[in-house]
Design a protein around this ligand. Structure first.
Ligand code: HEC
Ligand code: HEC
Length: 516
């Protein structure tokens, strides 16, 4: 054998495993993608997987190479690290899951490379360049105040609203680049930001925009000298200050504090509400019975309560950009309805729907662990309801023995209500005597963990009937005059709640099966 041939042989042997490796990486990307991503993003990456029609925002169309989470300039491609971060963290507040713990490092790396193959925009040779953001400045009251001034000056409020709840004057008209309605983010809920919740993430979103959505980038105003880098960091600190310092933990129990010798607060404006922070209760779209709802506007409510031994007041507040029905939002509504409805055959979106809130309790205090079915009870374990609607200033008490059996008493109401809409937020205060004559109305007894859950609808987001948002069971606990019992009960109630969460899921699954 001559040397040339020997060298060729050696070379071939050396390159075979290399090529195998390369093949394996391609395969790994495709196999992982087809298995975990294609149902939403489509086998061809076009964003049209079989589940895509059920969600807003829609799964990303990778053929357009438009990425929200970028450290690169608006209009530029993301870095590999940006794509990896998006895969790891998901997009909170959308259907895009966080794959952090679910996939291995090689799988995720392979996915990044595979996603690029869907688009001809990714060149082989160029590496996208990250912008220089400088470092985060320190925050302080002055910095936040400066941020607020700039928030006004560069008109973030036009979309996000004066208090940041996504209710600016442009908000009903916003659509993404593919024509779907795009809600301006609620800046008071940083745990739902697509690109992360801390001040660096916020600054990145402001500097580079969220490509493909109406959220612009503000690098241009910086380059034009309209605003300094420090001032733009101040805006990020201001936005960060609109959300709680910590993501609200899941607390299963709403404490109704005892205020002896005082009337309970019946008005939203009562100062006593400021004395307690309230409990955050997450809501999700109703997807158990037809017609389902995959695009709920209300993603959580804050709940506070007081009682004085005679009466109880419960205040529920939540972000909602407008008081429905509202002419300014009628286009938004019909767009959402035509985008979401055809598959589910819900209401046609014709006619005006108000915003609504229903608070649900068991009709009788359950013995032991059993609670009514959380979706409006059943014949064995009925529920007792408080209903409020934005188009009437009264609340109704009612009952239900299953979905669709709700009935509300027009007469003999013990319940009063005040609902106020301001700056993209509803605040609704219900007041009722603890005990009533009506045997179908739950009596509120101190020291007991009273199951309580919530349903909310945004009428101008196309929500009514079964198509709205709901929570699982939580507990309302009226503080007793004797502190020891109160001390023991909440941890117990929390244990119960944990067990109940499981029970609820199992019940729902059982019912699903029975319905098939
Ligand atoms: C249940 C549906 C669903 C699944 C499964 C899913 N995605 Fe997504 N994905 C979405 C949605 C919806 C968006 C759009 C979010 C938005 O626009 O805010 C998205 C957006 C993305 C983005 C864009 C991030 C950015 O910066 O703009 C990437 C990248 C992505 N997905 C990758 C993946 C990968 C990789 C997988 C599989 C491991 C996957 N997705 C699985 C629903 C899904
Ligand atoms: C033209 C309307 C518009 C303007 C002006 C605007 N935004 Fe946005 N912004 C949006 C929309 C829409 C979204 C949600 C995009 C999505 O996820 O679909 C958003 C999202 C955000 C987010 C969430 C980022 C994330 O990771 O999800 C932040 C923070 C934000 N904007 C801050 C600002 C600030 C600060 C300003 C002013 C400097 C501003 N926005 C100006 C429309 C706007």
């Amino acid at each position: 054998m001559d040397t040339i041939r020997i060298m060729l042989l050696v070379l071939t042997v050396m390159t075979i495993p290399l090529r195998l490796d390369a093949l394996q990486e391609d395969d790994l990307g495709k196999v992982t993608y087809d298995r975990w991503c294609s149902e939403c993003h489509g086998v061809d990456g076009s964003g049209n997987g079989s589940a895509a029609g059920f969600m807003l925002p829609r799964p990303r169309n990778f053929t357009l190479a438009q990425y929200q989470i970028r450290t690169t300039a608006s209009g530029d491609l993301p870095t590999d690290q940006n794509m990896l971060d998006a895969i790891n963290n998901g997009a909170p507040g959308t259907a895009m899951p966080a794959w952090d713990d679910l996939l291995s490092e090689p799988e995720k790396q392979a996915l990044v490379q595979y996603l690029k193959t869907f688009s001809r925009f990714f060149p082989d040779d160029e590496v996208p360049q990250s912008l220089d953001f400088g470092g985060s400045t320190r925050t302080s009251e002055e910095v936040v105040a400066e941020g607020r001034r700039q928030y006004e000056a560069i008109e973030c409020w036009k979309c996000h609203g004066d208090q940041g709840r996504g209710d600016g004057e442009s908000s009903p008209t916003l659509v993404d680049d593919t024509g779907f309605p795009a809600a301006a983010a609620d800046l008071t809920e940083n745990w739902f930001f697509n690109g992360g919740d801390d001040v660096e993430d916020i600054y990145r979103a402001i500097r580079t925009g969220l490509d493909g959505t109406p959220m612009p980038n503000f690098s241009d105003v910086l380059d034009a000298g309209v605003i300094t880098e420090e001032e733009l960091w101040a805006v990020a600190h201001y936005v960060r200050s609109l959300s709680p310092e910590e993501v609200p933990g899941i607390s299963e129990v709403v404490q109704a504090r005892l205020i002896e010798d005082l009337d309970v607060p019946r008005s939203v404006a009562d100062e006593i509400w400021n004395e307690t922070e309230g409990v955050y209760i997450p809501l999700v779209g109703q997807i158990i019975v037809q017609p389902r709802w995959f695009n709920p506007r209300v993603d959580g409510v804050w709940v506070k309560a007081f009682h004085n031994g005679e009466d109880i007041s419960v205040m529920v507040r939540w972000s909602d950009p407008n008081n429905s029905p509202d002419q300014a939002w009628s286009d938004w509504k019909s767009q959402v309805v035509t985008t979401m409805e055809p598959k589910e055959g819900g209401d046609t979106g014709i006619g005006a729907s108000p915003d609504q809130l229903v608070v649900q309790f068991p009709m009788q205090m359950p013995e032991g662990m059993e609670r009514p079915y959380f979706l409006k009870g059943d014949s064995r374990r009925p529920v007792y309801l408080w209903e409020w609607k934005s188009d009437r200033q009264t609340a109704l008490e009612g009952e239900a023995r299953g979905v669709g059996t709700e009935s509300f008493q027009a007469e003999g109401q013990d319940l009063s209500v005040e609902g106020v809409h301001k700056d993209g937020q509803w605040q609704v205060v219900f007041t009722r005597p603890l005990l009533t004559e009506d045997e179908n109305d739950l009596d509120f007894i101190t020291g007991e963990a009273i199951p309580m859950s919530f349903f909310a609808w945004d009428g101008d987001n196309g929500e009514s009937g079964n198509q709205g948002a709901l929570s699982s069971w939580y507990f309302l606990m009226l503080e007793e005059a004797t502190p020891t019992a109160v001390y023991v009960a909440p941890p117990l109630a929390m244990l119960l709640a944990g067990a109940l969460g499981l029970l609820m899921v199992r019940n729902a699954q059982k019912r699903e099966k029975e319905n098939i």
